[in-house]
Design a protein around this ligand. Sequence first.
Ligand code: G6P
Length: 369
Amino acid sequence: DAVERGEYRHYMQKEIFEQPRAVAETLEARVGPNGVLPNIFGVDGEELLTKVQGLHIIACGTSYHAGLVAKYWIEEYARLPVNVEVASEYRYREAVVPQGSLLVAISQSGETADTLAAMRESRRRGYLGTLAICNVPESSVVREADLKLMTRAGPEIGVASTKAFTTQLAALALLALHLAKRRGLDPQRYQELCEQLQHLPRAIERALTIEPQIVQLAERFIHRHHALFLGRGMHYPVALEGSLKLKEISYIHAEAYPAGELKHGPLALVDEDMPVVAVAPNGPLLDKLKSNLQEVRARGGELIVFADKAAHIEGNAANGSVLRIDAGGDFIAPAVFTVPLQLLAYHVAVLRGTDVDQPRNLAKSVTVE
Ligand code: G6P
């Protein structure tokens, strides 16, 4: 055990630091100077994907959050409608399946009972076919899917998923770009997005250097009972993932909200005991997010902002701090901003003395309903 963990105290920490390599391996021989390689979904995949007119994504837990990010990417770049749903809901309701829909199942293990059952259920619902995005080649989800795109994260031991998530994002980014090209995305923008994606391992590596600052920040959470995570657009799912990590391993109650919803409820909870973590990359929604953050400040809430190096956002020593991350571009930013949130959850849990790799009541793979 100690040998496998090497210099790291927990598997989770090791797996967080393995992300540059895991993502590089997931992208390897799949995207190059001429864009996404045509054969990455196999020969049948090529043909099937040309017919796709919409996607339904099903998954659980962290994999569900990866699906939510993909919705923003695919709708923006490929202009195809995407529905994302937790598998346990999808399997028991009469979903409407428009013609030409592809069912995408995302799963690290490929054995999650609800995801597998939802995929089986989809068979009688009239999809074009099924695509599995999965980390375990010999798993049930992979065996039963028509098309597969493997994440190459390697074995993930920590119950709280980290490198599985960022490699899922890498695989979904490939899918988004493949569809975008087919659907006529401007060639220059396509090229630029492919370059961003190729730089993702490097961008994650840079983001990891923030760890010493996160260790200090984590101290401020030790005695907290609640935390709020905010994001907008494709960073709302990043906020969801950050809050899930914190609750899974530190047992602090955490909730994520799209920042624009703040005034529709959660603002009532904000006082000096409520840390508010915001993901603030540079982009068209930055100004709107800033005014959301103003609302938190005005109520004395402690703000922790993860901001893009390029974003104009000021710290305020009195009740907030701004930590700078180089997002490496608008497209890959969700994967990059995930990293400091993983580190935050990890270091808070370490300080609170919880069983980081095996949090109470949770399982790595939920194979029963
Ligand atoms: C469990 C794990 C999570 C994981 C979820 C879905 O809840 O603790 O980390 O995200 O299952 O698992 P899957 O293997 O289908 O991605």
